[in-house]
Design a protein around this ligand. Structure first.
Ligand code: SF4
Length: 378
């Protein structure tokens, strides 16, 4: 039996953060009950298509999945366990945000099978959290970590952001140090991307907020790599660091370009050589499922050349790179036959290296990964 990954999207948040362009909504909590009914329906509609698969990972993303009560989470977990063969040692992750977590809901999540907790902290300085429009402070986060450990969570990720307005290098170093002091086994570190149609975008345009320059951004990133390595973390993906054995299995499936099904509003899937996504709007998603219709829109066949491109630019995000043997096995051709010119050029530029088994980005290639990914498009 083949293994598959499942993603469940929970698009509700207490408040919209100033930089956020995810498919998430505040002020719509009154829809949660209907949304869960719709999710349950959507999950059961996939029962027969996934009968030949076992589920190796489940990931609740958002939005803020921890806006759900323990009971609501247990309803979703029950339907997943009833509909699919969930592997005994499956990684079951849940994104969460301080301000929505407490001992009681953490205990219920854990008792319902969630075994990996991802917490969106972003920064350890309360003035930066305010700038970002977050609803919590650092003290709430440390309390959440304590409670999470008390109820049994050991596999914990924390999301941090760098290159924030008015964030000093000292702030960034302090945030990383606090993660190490708290012994957080997995850290995701992303630089702030200013997306259009967010309050942040307008403020940057109007020069109401000033972002650190590119040199500062890259220095912060390099510092994280150096410091976390020194503290025993493995830099295993461009933006992800883990203690040995704590890599996120679910995200590895995306980077290794393996199949997954996404449930919920706006969720994406990659299955049977097709990519497809659900309607984004929560009300539309609920209404389609009320009428027993799958909420899918935009289904595209992935041609072999697209699959090769995706395999390359997703796989090259991993610090170990892509396995040449795996490529040959999957596509019956050597990657050097397809990308001969590109690889020679990228090697000359010092962006890519390879040995007998792997092709990977150099340190410079990690900094300029977009140039490499561009070259991988066929
Ligand atoms: S909590 Fe996350 S998903 Fe929700 S608004 Fe903030 S950044 Fe977006």
């Amino acid at each position: 039996m083949n293994s598959i990954a499942l993603y469940i999207h929970i698009p509700f948040c207490e408040k919209k953060c100033f930089y956020c362009d995810f498919n998430s909504y505040s002020g719509k909590k009154y829809l949660i009950e209907d949304y869960i009914k719709a999710l349950k329906k959507e999950i059961t509609l996939y029962k027969s298509s996934l009968a030949e698969y076992t589920v190796g990972t489940i990931f609740f993303g958002g939005g803020t999945p921890s806006i759900l009560s323990g009971k609501q989470m247990s309803e979703i977990m029950n339907i997943l366990n009833k509909s699919f063969i969930v592997e005994d040692n499956a990684e079951i992750s849940m994104e969460s945000n301080p301000g929505t977590l407490d001992y009681n809901n953490l205990k219920q999540y854990y008792d319902n099978g969630i075994n990996r907790l991802s917490i969106g902290l972003q920064a350890c300085q309360n003035h930066l959290l305010k700038t970002l429009g977050r609803i919590h402070d650092f003290e709430e986060y440390t309390k959440n970590i304590k409670d999470a450990r008390k109820v049994g969570f050991t596999n914990i990720n924390t999301d941090l952001m760098f290159s924030l307005p008015s964030q000093s290098k000292k702030d960034w170093k302090e945030s990383l140090r606090k993660m190490v002091d708290l012994n957080i086994p997995h850290i995701s570190a992303y630089s702030l991307i200013v997306e259009e149609d967010t309050p942040f975008h307008n403020w940057v345009e109007d020069k109401k907020v000033i972002l650190p320059n590119e040199d500062t951004e890259i220095n912060m990133y390099h510092y994280a790599i150096r410091y976390l390595k020194e503290k025993g973390y493995k830099h295993y993906e461009i933006s992800n660091f883990s203690k040995p054995g704590f890599e996120c299995k679910h995200n590895l499936i995306y980077w290794e370009n393996k199949p997954y099904i996404g449930f919920g509003a706006g969720a994406h899937s990659y299955f049977n050589k097709k990519r497809f996504n659900n309607v984004e709007e929560v009300e539309k998603y609920i209404s389609l499922l009320k009428n027993d219709k799958l909420p899918v829109e935009n289904k595209i066949d992935i041609l072999v050349k697209d699959e090769i491109s995706e395999f390359m630019f997703l796989g090259l995000r991993l610090i170990n790179g892509i396995s040449i043997d795996e490529f040959k096995e999957r596509f019956n051709i050597s990657p050097f036959e397809i990308y001969k010119e590109q690889f020679n050029k990228l090697k000359e530029q010092g962006l890519v290296v390879w040995d007998k088994h792997y092709i990977k980005l150099t340190s410079k290639g990690i900094d300029f990964s977009n140039i490499v990914f561009q070259e991988m498009l066929l």
